[in-house]
Design a protein around this ligand. Structure first.
Ligand SMILES: O=C(O)[C@@](O)(COP(=O)(O)O)[C@H](O)[C@H](O)COP(=O)(O)O
Ligand SMILES: [Mg+2]
Length: 421
């Protein structure tokens, strides 16, 4: 038997091996703590230690995490902050169980009194753990596997107002957006199965309009159908989406929870459906730079769990606060032990005039969603769609948007209305 205390979880000479999950935390120790004592408490409480000395069998310590790096990283004036690196042994984790992994690295430690602030900033995922998750089926491949978009961004629109439209109105807006050149219709996050626009009616009527639009345009069109609901009900909605010939489902991954996301991934594998991840509530824990869980880690978790597309912000061009859109996108494209990549979706306050700068910052391997930026067009949805598509086509072809506006009056009106900033 050995006695383990917090101090046993600190070893600044420890070199993580390739099987360990390595996490980077931002930590502000409490007044009565040193950086070392705070770091050891982070490693202990996020693996298998606690506040009292424990007498344990030697093998138990094989599951113990190690705080193996402490660097000064003050983010806010007058507050001492540190970048604390913690290495977690593979055996601590249940393969393929994301809630269990998060209960370690983003669990009780976020509420410890030993730290005034703590934020999980980044993870380096080792092969054994990473490959115990399915990853995405399609990723950025949706641009060519589902659409014939080549190297241009795919486009999407959310009917606005967010909720309150009838099923007929919703489907009609879809028709006008699709025939205006957009690839995807997207449900808003709070539109699920309300009486004014019931789920199955919305599904069948929207897909009927989709089929008409495909016939008229000769282009593939699809629908980000929001299946978010309580566990069993959500899986039934996934089955319905497949049954009616939809290529996608949309899930709000944070409000739904990762266990449910993993269930949806399994079901989508069976049907060959792509998963669009919306992230409502993410800002509850990633907005502040010195506490919580970064959007970078949320995106990593979403990729492992198998979403094909995820909202990552507009590189600060839109209406919502964004954290490191470009860095997160690069990670979503990067190699992860052979797991498929993920298509970032830029959304939130976008309009055609912002497309050149968006692509300048994020490249073309993205999705561009505009709700207000399409339906707020002075001439309506169809014109708004034509304007957005013309902007995306022009920028993807390296053309000046003003020149494109000379050929597409709808784009000229949009630029007149909202400018290019
Ligand atoms: O409800 C909205 O605000 C949107 O539909 C955008 O509408 P607009 O195009 O009309 O702005 C999206 O939910 C946000 O973009 C989500 O935020 P994020 O992409 O940052 O996750
Ligand atoms: Mg929305």
């Amino acid at each position: 038997m050995v006695g383990i205390t917090y101090e046993d979880f600190l070893d600044l000479d420890h070199e993580p091996d390739e099987t360990e999950l390595v996490c980077a935390f931002y930590v502000e120790p409490a007044a009565d703590q040193t950086p070392e004592s705070a770091a050891s408490r982070v490693a202990s409480e996020s693996s298998n230690g606690t506040w009292a000395e424990l007498q344990v069998e030697g093998s138990v310590t094989d599951l113990s995490a190690t705080a193996c790096g402490i660097e000064d990283a003050t983010v806010s004036e007058g507050r001492d902050g540190y970048r604390v690196t913690v290495a977690y042994p593979d055996a601590l984790f249940e393969p393929g169980n994301m809630p269990q992994v998060l209960s370690c690295i983003a669990g009780n430690i976020l509420g410890m009194k030993a730290v005034d602030r703590i934020r999980l900033q980044d993870c380096t995922w080792p092969e054994p753990l990473a490959t115990s998750f399915p990853g995405p089926q399609f990723g950025t491949g949706v641009r060519t596997d589902i659409f014939d978009a080549g190297d241009r961004p795919i486009t999407a629109t959310v009917p606005k107002p967010k909720v309150g439209l009838s099923t007929d109105q919703h489907a009609q807006i879809g028709y006008e957006a699709w025939t205006g050149g957009l690839d995807l219709l997207k449900d808003d996050e709070n539109l699920t199965d309300q009486s004014f626009n019931p789920f199955e009616d919305r599904l069948t009527e929207s897909l009927a309009m989709r089929d008409r639009a495909e016939d008229e345009t000769g282009e593939t069109k699809s629908y980000l159908l929001n299946v978010t609901a309580a566990g069993g009900e959500m899986l039934e909605r996934v089955d319905l989406a497949a049954e009616h010939g939809c290529e996608y489902v949309m899930v709000d991954v944070v409000t739904t929870g990762w266990a449910a996301v993993q269930q949806v991934r399994e079901r989508c594998e069976k049907h060959g459906l792509a998963i669009h991840a919306h992230r409502a509530m993410h800002a509850a824990f990633d907005r502040l730079p010195d506490h919580g869980v970064s959007m970078r880690v949320v995106a990593q978790v979403a990729r492992l769990c198998g979403v094909d597309q995820i909202h990552t912000g507009t590189a600060d061009l839109g209406k919502l606060a964004n954290e490191d859109t470009v860095g997160i996108n690069e990670w979503l494209y990067s190699d992860l032990h052979g797991l498929t990549d993920v298509l970032p979706m830029a959304s939130g306050g976008l309009h055609p005039g912002l497309v050149p700068e968006l692509v300048e910052r994020c490249g073309t391997n993205i999705g561009v969603q505009a709700g207000g930026g399409v339906h707020g067009h002075p001439d309506g949805t169809h014109a708004g769609a034509k304007a957005l598509r013309a902007a995306v086509d022009a920028v993807a072809a390296g053309r000046d948007i003003e020149d494109a506006a000379a050929e597409t009056p709808e784009l000229a009106v949009a630029l007149e209305q909202w400018g290019t900033e």
